[in-house]
Ligand binder design. Structure first.
Ligand SMILES: [Zn+2]
Ligand SMILES: [Zn+2]
Length: 370
């Protein structure tokens, strides 16, 4: 009798372990664009054409982030004598959402300004419009908009899912603004031609700002800022560099299912990477080590740079450079954080700027912390 109980208990335990194991195994990468526009604001096509473009091009989720509104209510596109009522997101979801294949996430680009500088943020999974708060200074404006989005999401019991957009658009934000705003995400890459991802002779690029912001966050015991790549597409007719076209940057999120909750949770856990073309088979952070496996394309060469900030230094630096499709970095314990960027020698089609190669960014971690 006793042994029978033990067997039953063992079977139950084994089944539990198996299902936990299977659950872990069932995660997969979902490709998403988290920033785009339609006729609801200043995009140049109907929202269903926007959704169609992304669902036809291998994406799994899309946030249509029109300026200061969500796709809800009555709005017309007026052109000459024609006036067409725009579809609401609920209609679009009925048309495009398909379990585990495609998902529209109702979102808004809160479009504000202070000190004559643009301050733009995306709020994701919103059920109501968030009005821009304004603010006397850029940092006040940014911080109060983060709070406004947080509060709007809280009404539905949704967690804060907020990105700070294109920090160098209109040279709007500094790394200090990014550091102190409280948002978990920002756009390290945005495909719109006027956003200055790479900075200029007097302004740092978004990657440098990212590291500076994270130095501040580590010093202040705050969660690391995570980077996304997005399109910020406005133009769906003519495709060329200099136009705000779709297909320039996206995120690959490793989630258990295609729902806002699962995508959000994975992103909060830094279980995603940003890409302009490079695809990863896998990446893993375990204790001191980050391991990356790149999905090879025949004839394409890959260089992975592990970029980190060492304790006591006043800047981030390339800590290691690895050639090939597998890259491993093991921390020394003296890194405040380390992230990876992968540069291929494959030209990006219809790039943000001429000469861009396909790239990917793996999110920062602090060796030994996880
Ligand atoms: Zn914007
Ligand atoms: Zn935008």
């Amino acid at each position: 009798m006793k042994s029978r109980i033990i067997i039953i208990v063992s079977v139950i335990l084994l089944a539990g372990t198996l299902s936990a194991f299977q659950k872990k195994e069932s995660v997969r990468f979902y490709k998403g664009n988290m920033h785009t526009h339609s006729y609801w604001s200043d995009g140049n096509t109907y929202p269903e054409e926007v959704a169609r473009w992304y669902s036809d091009h291998g994406y799994h989720f899309l946030a249509i982030t029109d300026h200061n509104l969500i796709q809800k209510g009555i709005r017309y596109r007026v052109s000459g004598k024609d006036s067409v009522r725009l579809k609401e997101l609920t209609d679009l979801s009925k048309e495009f959402d398909k379990k585990d294949e495609f998902l529209l996430v109702q979102s808004e680009e809160i479009t504000d300004a202070a000190e004559k500088r643009p301050v733009h943020l995306n709020g994701f999974n919103l059920s109501q419009v968030v009005k821009p708060t304004g603010g006397a200074t850029v940092s006040e404006c940014l911080n109060s908009n983060v709070v406004a989005i947080r509060q709007a999401l809280e009404v539905d019991g949704n967690p804060e899912w907020i990105s700070v957009n294109h920090p160098n658009f209109g040279w709007g934000l500094t790394s200090k603004d990014l550091a102190e705003c409280g948002a978990r995400f920002f756009e390290v890459f945005n495909g719109h031609p006027s956003v200055h991802n790479y900075g200029d002779s007097v302004h740092p690029g978004t990657e440098t700002m990212w590291d500076q912001a994270n130095k501040w966050r580590v010093d202040h015991n705050e969660k690391l800022l995570l980077g996304t790549a997005t399109d910020d597409a406005h133009q769906y007719d003519k495709y060329e560099t200099g136009k705000a076209n779709p297909g320039r940057g996206w995120v690959m999120v490793r989630a258990s299912e295609l729902t806002p909750a699962a995508l959000y949770q994975a992103m909060m856990n830094a279980d995603f990477y940003a890409s302009t073309g490079v695809e990863l088979e896998d990446f893993k952070v375990h204790k001191m080590t980050m391991t990356i496996r790149i999905k090879p394309i025949k004839g394409v060469h890959y260089t992975t740079e592990f970029i980190g900030w060492m304790h006591g230094q006043d800047h981030a630096e390339v800590l290691a450079t690895v050639s090939g499709t597998k890259a491993v970095y093991t921390g020394t314990g003296k890194e405040l954080f380390v992230r990876a960027r992968i540069i291929s020698d494959k030209d990006k089609a219809n790039p943000f700027v001429w000469g861009d190669k396909e790239m990917a960014w793996v999110e920062p971690f602090t060796p030994g912390e996880k």
